[in-house]
Write a protein that binds this ligand. Structure first.
Ligand code: FMN
Length: 166
């Protein structure tokens, strides 16, 4: 069997801290620092009650990160939606980790009132992935209204310094 060189990975999880809590800053700091070192790029979206994270990178590094993520107490109920061979070029360009809010209802993946997450067959996962990549491209080009998001003109180093400032 040929080893898979690059992967796209998509998962959703349930945040422990509410939206706008400062804990996401710590997550972003780790992501920016660690991902750049191992060639991972991606995007983290959140609502009040969901995280969705897309990752692209060398297969070993992405699998290793996902193992760490599964142990992180800042979220629960990780649900791996996609782990697929990918071309070397990342859909997230050189963004080690983008961050934005995410309108889960728009992609049809909002949780029910009782908290249940909709079941996503593979074709729905593909649509969600494509929708998220489009949203990422839009924010990477035009920016986001969210102060904690990286702005298009900002270098990754400046972004890391900004979100690390007290
Ligand atoms: C939703 C979520 C997304 C995360 N994304 C990343 C990531 O992309 N890269 C990363 O290294 N750590 C990420 N983390 C943090 C890891 O789980 C882990 O705490 C961190 O990698 C440990 O490395 P550190 O000691 O350098 O912070 C994430 C955590 C959460 C809860």
């Amino acid at each position: 069997m040929t080893a898979v060189a690059f992967l796209n990975l998509l998962y959703r999880s349930v945040p422990v801290y509410a939206d706008f809590d400062d804990s996401d800053r710590g997550i972003l700091r780790s992501a920016l620092q660690n991902n750049a070192e191992v060639g991972i790029t991606g995007y983290l979206w959140r609502t009040g009650d969901q995280f969705v994270q897309a990752l692209h990178g060398p297969a070993d590094a992405v699998d290793e990160l996902y193992r760490r993520l599964a142990e992180d107490p800042r979220h629960d109920d990780l649900d791996l939606l996609l782990r697929a061979p990918a071309p070397a070029a990342s859909p997230f360009e050189n963004w080690s980790m983008g961050y934005d809010h995410f309108i889960d209802a728009e992609l049809g993946i909002a949780r029910d009132l009782d908290g249940a997450r909709p079941i996503l067959p593979p074709e729905r996962v593909t649509q969600v992935w494509d929708g998220l990549v489009r949203a990422a491209h839009c924010a990477m080009q035009f920016g986001s209204i969210l102060p904690m998001a990286r702005s298009p003109q900002e270098s990754e180093a400046d972004y890391l310094a900004r979100i690390s400032a007290p």
